[in-house]
Design a protein around this ligand. Structure first.
Ligand SMILES: Cc1cc2nc3c(=O)[nH]c(=O)nc-3n(C[C@H](O)[C@H](O)[C@H](O)COP(=O)(O)O)c2cc1C
Length: 177
């Protein structure tokens, strides 16, 4: 069977780059498989964390990630005040924790459900995470509703051979190496 031809979500001529709605964008983004990360922070702005798929490598010299967080939520403020965060990339055993960090749960309940150590930046590092990137926040650019945080990586930890969790079509999927 040949692969399906690419299709517009809305095939009407109005679905052009100029007129893509937020809803069309979100529907289409749901088809981009993404790693699942619990991004944590601590410092003068308080302990905070959220689940984020909008995490991307920028460069390895200096080692830098970008993380996009909703500027309308309090967690983003804590990340900016602390200028520190840890990207904890999870596997299937932490999917319930990712659901907690992705919902409307208060910060203390989120953190009570996991096992943490403190990283060099001061951010909580998740014990047993597939990969952890402890970072200082170097730069911030705000685009629309989101802060884009450029994060210098200070320390990494990894569990080679571990399973990954991928978010695709609004569900978690386990990925085996
Ligand atoms: C799989 C998944 C991925 C998410 N990715 C992001 C993201 O990249 N950036 C973001 O700001 N929120 C993202 N969210 C939503 C936040 O996790 C959610 O709004 C969070 O609970 C906000 O916490 P707060 O209201 O305490 O600030 C994601 C949620 C899920 C379940």
């Amino acid at each position: 069977m040949p692969p399906d031809e690419p299709r517009n979500v809305d095939p009407s001529p109005a679905a052009t780059a100029e007129t893509v709605t937020a809803e069309q964008f979100r529907q289409t983004m749901a088809l981009l498989p993404a790693a699942v990360n619990i991004v944590t922070s601590d410092g003068p702005g308080g302990r905070a964390g959220l689940t984020a798929s909008a995490v991307c490598s920028v460069t390895d010299a200096p080692p830098t990630l970008l993380v996009c967080v909703n500027a309308l939520r309090s967690t983003g403020d804590a990340f900016l005040a602390n200028k520190a965060l840890c990207v904890n990339t999870i596997g299937p055993e932490h999917e319930d924790l990712a659901r907690l960090f992705g919902g409307r749960t208060p910060p203390e309940e989120r953190f009570a459900a996991g096992d943490w150590r403190t990283g060099r930046s001061g951010a909580p590092v998740l014990t047993g995470a597939l990969a952890s990137f402890d970072c200082q926040v170097d730069e911030v650019k705000t685009v629309g509703t989101h802060h884009v945080l450029f994060c210098r990586v200070l320390e990494v930890a990894a569990l080679p051979g571990g399973q990954a969790s991928v978010y695709f079509a609004r569900r978690f999927h386990a990925l085996t190496p």
